[in-house]
Design a protein around this ligand. Structure first.
Ligand code: ACM
Length: 677
């Protein structure tokens, strides 16, 4: 450690140490994300038909709407009809809301989202500086509702809560596959429930432009397959998000990932075209021509038009993965580079970005882009979004830029909630200086849509995003994975109550695959299997924008809860196979079920070509089950397995941990320790 590292480490300990004991929610609470400070006191507040809300200060329209949305949710949670009349006088009120003011007319990155909750004497007081703080606090109030045999109640708590990071986002790609407004709004409901505050809307890519431009109508006219948001719909989504304390940052990716712009406007590309909407996922050469003044005029007018729809102070220019083929092939562009002393294509992109940055400044926008945009000549108000590696976040903040981290939070990489939960935008051993630390604004999960459609997006985002949201909101010290999974299962149910379909997803897909209700064999398999990653699936066979995403892999969900559960069962059995009888018996039952599942899945495959996609995983799971049973028996009897048997079992497990068709068995690593005697 350098001296500076020690100072930073000491500062972080000082900053977090008083919170460590307080930061973990008392085990009886099911809050997610865990607040910065929670104290549980004796007693509770009954929730019954006399429940009343009073807003004693700060009754702006947005706050009142938030309360009006909250009361029916409480009614549906408890089955009790309640008054929808919101009082202004605290006497007799169960929930008293005291808000200092509405906050910024356009929510900014420094919006105060903090709130306090204080319960006692039969009522709960929610205090916040801004409406957004109240919106955050109301979600906590709903999460506090508990029940016993007689009553629903809210325990008497004292909560002081403030987010750790100011930028806590989700990217939704609507270019590769379009998502209707209703889906975006449901996603916003879920985001608000877990206190996320940025929707990064990836609105253009090679595969489609998804906004209506009145100035350049051929953008959506020939670049979208008629799947785009009207300007009225964009206004609706932005307002819907604002009502939930969420900023909307649009992304219009350029100069690469931009073929769809040139279907209608080929004159702004670096090569002659013609261009078509991309149906595949990679390999497009269409790139804006940074040497033409007409390009900057076009972009200026487009941003001018769109700025009226997207009030956020930030504008995402993309800037990733620029394919320089057209730049290389154009003698004119090469000549321009020589004349402007631009040594390579990265320098040409930097030139383009600087021009873009000036246009954005004119429209009162700060620039944000993927980590390829990092360049010393950009204004330090630029935000760099790290996707290729965590090191780019460090590079950005050490050069004076602000940064957000996305590298560990790609939802299509199929990492478990645990892995993403433990990936911290600012790890405890970070070597950044305090100034640099302050420039780490937060993080964003990314939901790229090559392999998701409106029917599957919810299953890919949720519930894992709730674990990521806690990482972005709660103190770093909140890191107990077991408790996270315990609360995630509860949060998952709350998200369902908002209309999100991640838990009904598998059954819905399997009923279609089986053309009827007999889904048990495939459902039993998917309790232990997840989709392969985007990269593995793309290698596993061609998919295009036209491929119906209705296979067994589309029915599967990432990180099924049994992945975590089997680790605990195996740990219990290894700790004491004789005393942990329940764990032993559950495991033995699972293993024998796995062994017996394969013929059932084969039978399903005989009735549905789509169900055939499950067979490789079912066969591999049967082999794992057979090994597990033998290993368990050996532990119980105390008769060690032969080395030769253990060696061959390990080979089989290693093979079973690889993709089986388009599925990945999530339980194999947990079985391996059973082989060690
Ligand atoms: C990216 O994933 N190309 C930003």
């Amino acid at each position: 450690m350098t001296r500076l590292d020690l100072i930073v480490a000491a500062a972080l300990v000082c900053a977090t140490a008083p919170g460590i004991a307080r930061a973990q929610a008392p085990a009886t609470l099911n809050l997610m994300p865990v607040p910065s400070s929670v104290a549980l006191r004796n007693g509770s507040i009954n929730i019954d038909s006399t429940f009343r809300v009073a807003v004693v200060h700060g009754d702006d329209a947005r706050l009142m709407d938030a309360v009006e949305r909250m009361i029916p949710r409480l009614e549906y949670r408890t089955g009790i009809a309640m008054s929808h009349v919101i009082a202004h006088d605290s006497s007799g009120a169960t929930l008293v809301i005291d808000c200092d003011g509405p906050g910024e007319p356009v929510q900014g990155i420094d919006e105060d989202e903090s709130y306090t909750l204080t319960g006692g004497n039969g009522s709960l007081t929610l205090h916040a500086a801004t409406t957004v703080g109240v919106i955050r606090g109301l979600e906590t109030v709903l999460q506090l509702v508990d029940g016993d045999a007689q009553h629903y109640f809210i325990p008497n708590v004292s909560i002081t809560d403030t987010p750790r990071f100011k930028w806590r986002g989700l990217l939704v790609d609507v270019s590769r596959h379009f998502e209707p407004v209703s889906e975006i709004e449901r996603t916003l409901d879920g985001m608000s429930a877990v206190k996320l505050n940025v929707l990064h809307w990836h609105l253009s890519d090679d595969q489609g432009i998804r906004v209506e431009s009145k100035r350049y109508p051929k953008l959506q006219g020939v670049g979208s397959d008629s799947l785009f948001y009207t300007q009225a719909q964009i206004r609706e989504v932005v307002a819907y998000a604002r009502d939930r304390g969420i900023r909307v940052v649009p992304e219009f990716d350029m100069p690469g990932h931009s073929s769809a712009w040139f279907v209608g406007y080929p004159q702004y590309a670096s090569g002659p075209g013609p261009y078509a909407i991309g149906r595949r996922w990679t390999g497009y050469a269409g790139v804006f021509d940074p040497t033409r003044e007409t390009v900057y005029k076009f972009i200026d007018r487009f941003i001018g038009e769109m700025s009226a729809l997207f009030p956020d102070a930030y504008w995402h220019i993309g800037g990733d993965e620029v394919n320089a083929t057209q730049w290389k092939q154009s003698a004119r562009i090469q000549k321009f580079m020589t004349a402007h002393h631009l040594a390579d294509h990265a320098a040409l992109q930097a030139y383009f970005n600087q021009r873009l940055s000036r246009i954005l400044t004119k429209h009162h926008k700060h620039m944000i882009g993927w980590d390829e945009i990092l360049h010393p000549d950009l204004p330090r108000t630029t935000v760099v979004q790290s996707w290729r590696g965590t090191q780019y976040l460090g590079q950005a903040v050490s050069q004076g830029f602000s940064g957000i981290l996305s590298t560990p939070y790609y939802l299509d990489a199929m990492k478990s909630s645990e892995q993403m939960y433990l990936a911290d935008p600012l790890a405890g051993d970070s070597t950044l200086t305090p100034d640099q630390v302050a420039r780490v604004l937060g993080g964003e999960a990314c939901m790229w849509s090559e392999l998701i459609a409106p029917e599957s997006i919810e299953s890919r985002i949720w519930p894992r995003l709730a674990a990521i949201a806690e990482r972005f909101w709660s103190p770093r010290s909140v890191s107990d994975v077991g408790d996270m999974y315990r609360r995630l299962a509860i949060q998952d149910v709350r998200l369902e109550q908002l209309g999100l379909g991640q838990e009904s997803h598998t059954d819905r897909f399997l009923r279609r695959i089986m053309n009827g209700p007999d889904v048990a064999p495939l459902a039993d398999l998917l309790a232990f299997a997840e989709p392969v990653t985007l990269g593995q699936r793309v290698h596993g066979g061609p998919t295009t924008q036209m491929t119906p995403l209705v296979q067994v892999v589309d029915a599967a969900q990432p990180d099924p809860p049994n992945r975590w559960r089997i680790q605990q069962l195996v740990a219990d059995v290894i700790a004491s196979p004789r005393t942990n009888v329940a764990a032993h018996d559950t495991l033995a039952k699972w293993f024998s079920d796995w062994r017996d599942l394969a013929p059932r899945v084969h039978d399903a495959g005989n009735r549905s070509p789509l169900a055939q996609g499950a067979i490789p995983a079912a066969d591999a799971l049967a082999r794992v089950g057979t090994i597990g049973l033998a290993a368990l028996e050996a532990r119980k009897s105390g008769m060690p397995l032969s080395q030769a048997w253990a060696d061959s079992a390990k080979v089989i497990l290693t093979a079973a941990d690889k993709p089986q068709g388009l599925l990945h068995l999530v339980v194999v690593p947990a079985v391996r320790p059973l082989l060690m005697q």
